[in-house]
Design a protein around this ligand. Structure first.
Ligand SMILES: Cc1cc2nc3c(=O)[nH]c(=O)nc-3n(C[C@H](O)[C@H](O)[C@H](O)COP(=O)(O)OP(=O)(O)OC[C@H]3O[C@@H](n4cnc5c(N)ncnc54)[C@H](O)[C@@H]3O)c2cc1C
Length: 399
């Protein structure tokens, strides 16, 4: 079973392993030229990920940092703490664990076309050589070309908030902050703003104290009209869904620090000051049909979930495991196992909708989104200031 996996991030690598276990001959096609610039950051370890790691002979503890407590910070007063053991990993740590056993991966290969005839499905990659497979798995994320080619639908929606993020070697973060944050999942929230932080393995997978990284995410309600400015890098390049570290302009950086000074507890302000901030707007891509003829969609390409459930990666892994199980007894030349594929689709769409709804509920409970209090509004260059949503919050309005 020649299987072409489109997209070589975590979902694509999980699909490659699952299809390999089901007896397929797999090649992964990835748009990026190389992976020296990892895009992801911290990831909460979930059972679906642990399960695949186990089948690859890797333990959870070999790719994760253990946490023992949760703590809520306040602008004034002591943190509240309670016991909450948990494992945390990182995108690049998982990437390396999954990438190594995959023999066939083609970088610099952007899917541009799909067609099917009696010989199989042909995938074209711009000017590069085409590939023919018996089955194609689209794991190409929220801008999925596989999805567009399959369904003609490309309906990314911006719900009204972004994630500013940081991932710093703990050695570069002031010692008293590492003392406060290590081995704890730390949170701070007011309506329309939420920040969380935990330590993850170092850039080469190190788990020892002193060699880990401090990972943080700060969700901020941000007007759509402000996105253009925030996603434009220092050299004037407009990024789509991710502004890399070092690209935030001085103007955006000062607006962010000003907002932090007004709203965040002191340790989080200091953490922001010690970080090279990067940015990911939160986008919703609604669920779609996951299987059509000899092509299936998994992970974000099939529909996104909000990050608050910490399950985007585990959802992609669950999609991949179920798809491989549905195809396990199929061999090219025979009719596709449609009943098994449709039952996979039903189960995974139900799971996707349940997680997506839970994420939307969590966001709305935290005032995150276009209807919550607004923090980063359109500035003078991009539009008029809206009427303050909460005039009693003089401090917030000043930001
Ligand atoms: C702020 C934020 C925080 C998050 N936190 C968490 C978390 O804590 N835990 C968690 O589990 N999930 C989290 N997620 C979600 C997580 O990033 C994804 O849901 C998960 O990694 C699944 O990704 P994927 O492999 O389906 O897609 P992606 O990671 O987007 O990968 C798609 C891949 O396809 C490639 N590609 C794109 N187009 C083409 C093409 N035409 N041809 C070939 N290749 C192509 C891309 O280069 C990329 O490598 C978070 C998301 C956000 C936005």
């Amino acid at each position: 079973m020649r299987t072409l996996v489109i997209g070589g991030s975590l979902g694509g690598l999980a699909a490659a392993h699952e299809m390999r276990f089901a007896g397929a001959d797999v090649t992964v096609y990835e748009r990026s030229v190389d992976r020296t610039q990892p895009r992801g950051a911290g990831i909460v370890m979930q059972p679906e990920v642990a399960d695949l790691l186990g089948r690859l002979g890797r333990s959870v503890s070999s790719v994760s940092v253990a946490l023992s407590e949760r703590q809520h910070l306040h602008r004034r007063g002591e943190p509240e703490r309670y016991s909450a053991p948990q494992w945390m990993t990182a995108w690049d740590t998982l990437y390396h664990a999954l990438r190594e056993p995959i023999a066939c991966m083609r970088m610099d290969s952007t899917l541009t076309g799909l067609s099917r005839d009696a010989g199989g499905v042909t995938a074209t990659f711009g000017d590069g050589p085409a590939a023919v497979g018996d089955f194609v798995v689209g794991a190409d994320g929220i801008g999925s070309a596989t999805r567009r080619l399959l369904t003609g639908r490309d309906e990314l929606r911006y719900p009204g908030y972004v994630a500013f993020r940081g991932l710093e070697p703990e050695a570069d973060v002031p010692e008293h902050l590492v003392g406060l944050l290590a081995e704890r999942f730390t949170m701070f929230a007011v309506p329309g703003l939420q920040m969380l932080c935990y330590l993850v393995p170092g850039a080469a997978g190190e788990r020892a104290a002193g060699q880990r990284r401090v990972n943080w995410v700060w969700y901020v309600n941000t007007a759509q009209a402000r996105l253009d400015q925030l996603l434009t890098g220092r050299g004037g390049q407009r990024f789509d869904q991710f502004l890399p570290p070092g690209e935030l302009t001085d103007r955006s950086q000062s607006a962010l620090l000003e907002l932090a000074e007004c709203e965040l507890p002191r340790p989080f302000v200091e953490l922001l000051e010690a970080s090279r901030v990067f940015l990911q707007p939160v986008f919703d891509l609604p669920p779609t049909r996951m299987v059509t003829d000899h092509v299936a969609l998994i992970g974000d390409a099939a529909g996104t979930v909000r990050p608050h459930t910490a399950s985007g990666t585990s959802k992609a892994f669950g999609d991949a495991a179920g798809l491989a199980a549905a195809l396990a007894d199929w061999r090219p030349g025979r009719a596709l196992p449609l009943a098994a594929l449709h039952s996979w689709q039903r189960a995974r769409l139900a799971a996707l909708r349940a997680i997506a709804d839970a994420g939307v509920r969590l966001a709305s409970r935290s005032g995150l989104g276009a209807t919550g209090p607004q923090y980063l509004r359109p500035d003078a260059a991009t539009g008029p200031l809206p009427v303050p949503d909460d005039p009693t919050r003089a401090v917030r309005d000043a930001c």
